[in-house]
Design a binder for this molecule. Structure first.
Ligand SMILES: [Zn+2]
Length: 87
């Protein structure tokens, strides 16, 4: 359980901010649902509601197609805070 402490808050971050639409260009909004290797985080870890998880998933896949987010991150190139320079 100790390693899950990071995700202790179970409420949906997007509901909290009253987000209805997530732009695929808005990496600041997507980062809540991306791991440090740019994988989509499962809902049970992020606490997102089903509605927002689906919106985020679509947005992330669009962002990948437009090369804003890499599909695969090499194990050697893992950046601990990939969005540090965004915003
Ligand atoms: Zn939500």
């Amino acid at each position: 359980m100790a390693e899950r402490r990071k995700f202790k808050k179970r409420f949906c971050k997007y509901c909290e901010q009253k987000v209805d639409f997530i732009d695929y260009k808005d990496l600041g909004a997507l980062k809540f649902s991306l791991s440090e290797r740019f994988k989509i985080m499962p809902r049970r870890l992020t606490g997102n509601c089903k509605k927002h998880q689906e919106i985020v998933t679509v947005a992330i896949k669009r962002a990948r197609q437009t090369a804003l987010i890499p599909y695969i991150v090499d194990r050697k190139n893992v950046v601990e805070y990939p969005f540090e320079n965004v915003r």
